[in-house]
Write a protein that binds this ligand. Structure first.
Ligand SMILES: *[C@@H]1O[C@H](CO)[C@@H](O)[C@H](O)[C@H]1NC(C)=O
Ligand SMILES: *[C@@H]1O[C@H](CO)[C@@H](O)[C@H](O)[C@H]1NC(C)=O
Ligand SMILES: *[C@@H]1O[C@H](CO)[C@@H](O)[C@H](O)[C@H]1NC(C)=O
Ligand SMILES: *[C@@H]1O[C@H](CO)[C@@H](O)[C@H](O)[C@H]1NC(C)=O
Ligand SMILES: *[C@@H]1O[C@H](CO)[C@@H](O)[C@H](O)[C@H]1NC(C)=O
Ligand SMILES: *[C@@H]1O[C@H](CO)[C@@H](O)[C@H](O)[C@H]1NC(C)=O
Ligand SMILES: *[C@@H]1O[C@H](CO)[C@@H](O)[C@H](O)[C@H]1NC(C)=O
Length: 423
């Protein structure tokens, strides 16, 4: 806007020169232009000062938010510490690491806040100095104004570049802070949070330490992609769905396991019900009889070839139709036949816990296999204590872990989250 006005001055002056108007007239016009510019410069000064102050306030607010997050994390750590101590656990070294991370985040943040202060006050005094220098220059420039076009141009250029310089002070202050301080603090905070989360999760695996995380797929993070074998769905949640649309089939993803043999697997999978899912109906009715087939509507976790069962995540039709054979065993009033190779090693849930039957649509409100949101008639949220399962294998293996996403018809359970540990 202001640059535009300066350009207009230049263009007007230039045109006047070109059309042969007398030098005296040009001087008069340019003088008038400078008078117009003067209040503009004052306004500019105020704007810049305001911008600096607002920038400072926003940054302070960010740091306050971060401080609140640190406090929450501190509380989480101390709660975790209490729980772990009660169990006389091996996780104490990890906790010490979390604590020192927290302290380093905290320190980094205090340093950040004072850097914000310093940088902002330097910026503000820079603006003041610039403007002071500028107002005296404006006066002398006006007095010594030459009437040829080149001089007018260069004066106007110098005004323009001064304005650019002032804006630059503000921009530089912002980006320096963003780069040096906030980014660093935010990064460290995220690291700490992730660490605490992981610690809390392995605690759910039995808390005896030694777990290594081999799969972490978190589709709520917009930068995470589906593994090859599955594809991003177009539902209201970012989830990984099936590629193959054949009935009674599965789409398989192999997750490699590095770091040597393991004998236990622990983890969690979260998905959503899409349409009229069928739990163990295909097996119950005898349509599929082996672990190699689509014996479940949901996710089958196995290893090896032939497949050895680890855990099954079944998606049932509804909680409120107990006499159907496509509901979860924990919702059923009839005996549902669960495959013997699965035995008791499964979670089963349905999103539908209200009267009525599911339609051919996506149900985003109550994730499957999180152990929450079951209606009063259902025992599925306590069966096997979801969301984390722990399975001890009969013998050590270094096999990759295979996750197959299966359906009986085209009603499925697209996946939002997978976390697996082995030891
Ligand atoms: C972080 O610093 C604040 C004061 O700056 C302090 O009250 C708090 O205890 C510190 N937290 C940790 C985890 O060190
Ligand atoms: C930053 O400056 C404000 C006042 O300008 C002061 O209240 C605050 O304590 C300072 N913070 C730091 C960390 O220096
Ligand atoms: C960011 O944090 C790291 C690790 O604590 C530290 O080494 C580095 O100096 C920090 N960078 C800035 C610009 O504060
Ligand atoms: C600071 O706050 C703004 C507005 O809430 C937000 O967009 C920005 O990402 C925050 N920056 C950091 C580093 O937290
Ligand atoms: C998944 O990612 C989101 C977004 O990055 C994060 O807020 C959330 O805590 C993550 N969930 C888990 C369980 O790690
Ligand atoms: C889809 O699954 C069916 C049944 O398992 C299989 O016969 C077919 O080859 C698969 N199609 C593709 C493209 O993988
Ligand atoms: C289910 O099977 C068990 C034993 O296998 C039997 O005791 C029970 O009566 C059966 N229930 C129904 C509703 O058929």
């Amino acid at each position: 806007m202001r640059s535009l006005q300066l350009v207009v001055v230049a263009v007007v002056a230039f045109s006047l020169m070109q059309t042969g108007v007398s030098q005296c007239d040009v001087l008069r016009v340019v003088g008038a232009m400078y008078e117009t510019l003067s209040p503009l410069l004052t306004e500019m000064k105020q704007d810049l000062a305001t911008e600096m102050r607002e920038g400072l306030a926003a940054l302070r607010e960010n740091l306050t938010n971060i401080q609140q997050q640190i406090n929450a994390l501190t509380e989480t750590v101390s709660n975790l510490e209490q729980t772990l101590q009660q169990n006389n656990d091996e996780q104490t070294p990890k906790l010490d690491m979390v604590k020192s991370l927290l302290i380093s985040v905290n320190t980094s943040m205090s340093e950040g806040l004072s850097a914000v202060n310093t940088s902002m006050s330097e910026g503000l005094s820079g603006v003041k100095a610039n403007l002071l220098e500028h107002s005296s220059q404006t006066a002398s420039e006006l007095a010594g104004l030459e009437t040829n076009q080149e001089t007018i141009d260069s004066k106007l250029d110098s005004l323009d570049s001064k304005q650019d310089g002032l804006s630059m002070t503000v921009t530089t202050a912002h980006s320096e802070l963003e780069r040096n301080v906030l980014t660093n603090v935010t990064k460290e905070l995220k690291k700490t949070a992730d660490y605490i989360l992981e610690l809390a999760h392995t605690y759910e695996c039995g808390g005896t330490g030694g777990w290594r995380r081999v799969v972490y797929l978190n589709m709520t993070d917009p930068n995470t992609n589906c593994p090859s074998g599955w594809q991003l769905t177009s539902h209201s949640k970012r989830t990984c769905g099936r590629v193959n649309t054949s009935i009674l089939s599965c789409d398989s993803v192999l997750f490699p396991v590095s770091g040597g043999d393991y004998t236990s697997v622990c983890g969690s999978i979260r998905a959503y019900q899409y349409g009229r899912t069928d739990a163990f109906e295909a097996y119950h009715r005898g349509h599929v009889t082996t672990i190699e087939g689509a014996y479940v509507s949901g996710v089958s976790l196995t290893h090896g070839n032939p497949r050895q069962h680890i855990w099954t995540f079944a998606a049932g039709f509804s909680e409120t139709t107990p006499s159907r054979d496509d509901v979860c065993p924990c919702d059923a009033s009839i005996n549902i036949t669960v495959p013997p190779f699965v035995a008791g090693d499964y979670f089963c849930e349905s999103e539908i816990h209200y009267p009525g039957t599911p339609t051919n649509s996506f149900y985003p409100d109550d994730p499957l296999w999180d152990g929450e949101g079951c209606g009063s008639s259902s025992s599925c949220c306590s069966f096997n204590n979801p969301p984390y399962f722990t399975k001890t294998l009969p013998s050590p293996t270094s096999d990759p872990i295979e996750a197959r996403l299966c359906w009986l018809d085209i009603h499925g359970s697209p996946i939002e989250f997978i976390e697996l540990y082995v030891k």
